[in-house]
Design a protein around this ligand. Structure first.
Ligand SMILES: O=P(O)(O)OC[C@H]1O[C@H](OP(=O)(O)OP(=O)(O)O)[C@H](O)[C@@H]1O
Ligand SMILES: Nc1ncnc2[nH]cnc12
Length: 176
């Protein structure tokens, strides 16, 4: 098994002073680490009866689409505001270094759907929490949330678990 953590670069003070930015572009450039990341993100959900994977704009699109292909289901883009052309649902949120708004198409899923949420990283959980809320407003079931990176010091995974969504992650940066 590859050490995926070693494939991720840390850039201090980006995008703001005090933030240790976990830069996944170095992992994306490493074909073995990239392929293993996708397989390991998908593994816990092979028998979950998923009907779709949702991924969060923008880095969540990279892993979410790959996981959807790996699991043989379609992909739902959860986008930053103003990008989706049809009727949308929207939710404001705060993240480690700012505020933003997420949207999904109102017809992206419905009550029959079982959806896995995928993103590259969870920090405060503000982004993933907003995505879970949006998906639930379509009537679908959010069966899990899968992240390449967890920053446990910021409490995001606990927040998502408190929303009754099981969380899986592959790499943790804690106290470093
Ligand atoms: O748990 P949180 O504190 O909410 O932070 C996590 C979010 O922050 C990053 O996205 P960012 O908004 O930087 O967008 P990007 O994917 O376009 O780089 C990351 O990809 C997550 O979506
Ligand atoms: N520390 C961090 N590194 C990379 N992406 C992030 N998104 C939120 N916090 C982050």
């Amino acid at each position: 098994m590859r050490d995926l953590k070693a494939a991720i670069r840390t850039v201090p003070n980006f995008p703001k002073p005090g933030v240790q930015y976990r830069d996944i572009t170095t992992l994306l450039a490493d074909p073995e680490a990239l392929a293993e990341s996708v397989k390991r993100l998908a593994a816990p959900y092979r028998d979950a009866g998923l009907t779709a994977v949702a991924g969060i704009d923008a880095r969540g699109f990279i892993f979410g689409t790959a996981v959807a292909i790996e699991l043989g289901v379609g992909f739902i883009p959860v986008r930053k505001a103003g990008k989706l052309p049809f009727e949308t649902l929207e939710q404001d949120y705060a993240l480690e270094y700012g505020r933003d708004t997420l949207q999904i198409h109102a017809d992206a899923a419905d009550a029959g759907d079982k959806v896995l949420l995928v993103d590259d990283l969870i920090a405060t959980g503000g982004t993933a929490g907003a995505a879970v809320s949006l998906l639930r407003r379509t009537g679908c079931e959010v069966v899990g949330a899968a992240f390449l990176v967890d920053l446990p010091d910021l409490g995001g995974a606990d927040l998502i678990k408190a929303m009754d969504v099981p969380v899986t992650s592959l790499v943790a940066f804690e106290g470093d």
